[in-house]
Design a protein around this ligand. Structure first.
Ligand SMILES: *Cc1c(COP(=O)(O)O)cnc(C)c1O
Length: 395
């Protein structure tokens, strides 16, 4: 191998409008490039406290146990489940897309007994079916569901599901990976117990961290465990000594220092904008994008009442070569949109409007690119009608 085979990696500039990661703001990237300090340095310890306060703001909670797990969203999912489940526990798991299915397999691996409540992909979780399952399984300890299903674009009623769980003496495990920052998420007001999210969706931070928050009821359940958590790394009784230790933090693992700088900056940006304004921005650009997609003659999937603003699932015109068209978007426009998962593969695209990527510039740029790439395939493509419809929606 010659010396020439190795050089620095220079990533192309992209517009990230898929299911995540979303565009990372230059302020966040700049923060991540600051000098690394020790993870027990007093300055870093105060930054951790600040990250916790900003996360509490973003998640609307006073929960003391609120911090980022040093791993992606799936690790947050696993942390919530393995800490709350003891072998033999019944767990009602709602499956209306890919991520509910992932929760179901973690429950099995953690020794729990999953009770699946299945809904069609694209539908929100059916509250009546959940109530029936909770009634039929009086011993169930946990209700687990996905708030915003990124695989299908469906938003479920987390407030109502949490109310049902409480009425049946169950704790809730809630996937808020895609909801946090993009749509209202009220951890305390809705009484959610174990909530996990991800850094790379509507927080617009680099991938690799999973903010989590645990209610007092969840902490009490963990403290009362009869069996040890089967994962050492994710055992919160050990992690608490690091993230919850106040002045006397003990070594647990080396925190990803520069990743935390990035998360801090991303949370700061949400705080500066204001959470409600961030939710409103996601709605505004979603409505313009939908108008534009319809202007191109495309159809969105799912009932408008349950559609996520930050993840738009659009049906592909018949006969379109999915892979080739997405490749053209990437090559000619630097635009990444997501393909369909599971049964939806080759049938839909998932167009994300997450965090920094949720802007007028991206909406209009995406519609212009689709207008070109779908020429001849979508009914109205090639005529500029998508961009016109979006501009009209902006008013
Ligand atoms: C992206 C995502 C995850 C997984 O997060 P990773 O960071 O990819 O591990 C889990 N749930 C939902 C709803 C997601 O969108």
């Amino acid at each position: 191998m010659s010396d020439q085979d190795h050089r620095s990696f220079a990533p192309p500039l992209r517009m990230l409008m898929g299911p995540g990661p979303s565009d990372v703001h230059p302020r966040v990237l700049a923060a991540m490039a600051r000098p690394t300090i020790g993870h027990l340095d007093p300055e870093f310890v105060s930054l951790m406290d600040e990250v916790k306060r900003l996360l509490q703001y973003a998640m609307r909670t006073d929960n003391d146990l609120t911090f980022p797990i040093s791993a992606p969203g799936s690790a947050g999912m696993e942390a919530c489940l393995v800490n709350l489940i003891e072998p033999g526990d019944e767990v009602v798991v709602c499956r209306n897309g890919v991520f509910g299915g992932r929760m179901h397999s973690i429950v099995e691996r953690a020794g729990g007994r999953p009770v699946a409540v299945d809904d069609a992909w694209g539908d929100p979780v059916d509250v009546d079916k959940v109530e029936a399952a909770l009634k039929a399984h009086g011993d169930a300890k946990i209700l687990a569901f996905v708030h915003a299903e990124t695989s299908t674009g469906a938003l479920s009623d987390a407030a109502r599901l949490a109310e049902l769980a409480r009425a049946h003496d169950c704790l809730t495990v809630v996937d808020a990976v895609t909801s946090l920052g993009g749509v209202p998420l009220e951890v305390d007001a809705w009484g959610l117990d174990a909530v996990y999210s991800g850094s790379q969706k509507c927080l617009s931070c680099a991938p690799g961290l999973s903010p989590v928050s645990f209610s007092q009821r969840a902490v009490d359940r963990i403290r009362a465990r009869a069996t040890p958590v089967q994962s050492w790394f994710l055992d919160l009784s050990l992690v608490m000594g690091y993230w919850g230790g106040g002045a006397k933090r003990a070594y647990h693992h080396t925190a990803p220092v520069n990743a935390i700088y990035g998360l801090h900056e991303a949370l700061l940006m949400i705080h500066e904008e204001g959470l409600e304004r961030s939710w409103a921005r996601h709605r505004l650009h979603h409505e313009a994008l939908v108008a534009g997609l319809e202007g191109l003659g495309l159809r969105l999937r799912g009932d408008a009442a349950h559609r996520l603003p930050q993840l738009n699932v659009v049906e592909l015109p018949a006969g379109l070569d999915d892979g080739a068209a997405r490749r053209q978007l990437l090559d000619d426009y630097g635009l990444e949109v997501g393909g369909g998962l599971g049964d939806l593969a080759g049938k839909v695209w998932r167009i994300g409007l997450m965090g920094t990527a949720c802007s007028r510039r991206n909406v209009l740029g995406c519609l212009a690119a689709l207008d070109d790439v779908l020429r001849g395939a979508a009914p109205a493509a090639g005529k500029g009608l998508g961009v016109a419809a979006a501009l009209a929606a902006y008013g």
